[in-house]
Ligand binder design. Structure first.
Ligand code: ZN
Length: 169
């Protein structure tokens, strides 16, 4: 089921999410919905708070569903190591129509659990490292615009407020 994606301004997007302790069928269904919602958007990553659920869960697929083994599910993820830096344009399904250059580590190692509660580690570089950082930020209530220059951030927020006033957001 495709779920509505919350946009900037929704309090859930700026609320730190809770650890997941219950690995049941509801969680599996939520993950299915998140992939469906992400592919429909379309996007390459989606965190549970973006559909209004403040739980530490994110899905990533850099192939946008083009390759069968492209799906990554991260339950209770955290970054345990990082190296280097990269600065590239970044966007977010919850802030449609905007992008900005964000500095991120070039390489990260993430520790997370899978849908069977088993812990695993996964490494990513370049775009995958960026996706890991972006989605884990969501679980901490942090948006990419919190990581850009105040000038650029104010410009984006001003435009969004104008769109809100005009009923376009
Ligand atoms: Zn995002």
């Amino acid at each position: 089921m495709i779920r509505p994606i919350l946009k900037y301004g929704a309090p859930e997007l700026e609320t730190p999410s809770e650890e997941i302790t219950c690995f049941d069928d509801d969680l599996k269904e939520l993950v299915r919905d998140m992939f469906e919602t992400m592919y429909a958007a379309p996007g390459i990553g989606l965190a549970a708070p973006q559909i209004g659920i403040n739980k530490r869960l994110a899905v990533i697929d850099l192939t946008s569903g083009q390759e069968k083994d492209g799906q990554l599910v991260l339950v209770n993820p955290s970054i345990v190591a990082e190296e280097g830096s990269q600065k590239e344009e970044e966007g977010c399904l919850s802030i449609p129509g905007f992008t900005a250059a964000v500095t991120r580590p070039r390489w990260v190692k993430v520790r997370a659990q899978n849908l069977d509660a088993q812990e695993f580690e996964i490494e990513g570089e370049d775009l995958l490292a960026r996706a890991f950082c972006h989605e884990i930020d969501h679980l901490d209530g942090v948006l990419y615009i919190d990581r850009i220059s105040p000038l650029k951030r104010d410009m984006i927020k001003r435009k969004i407020r104008k769109m809100m006033r005009n009923g376009e957001w």
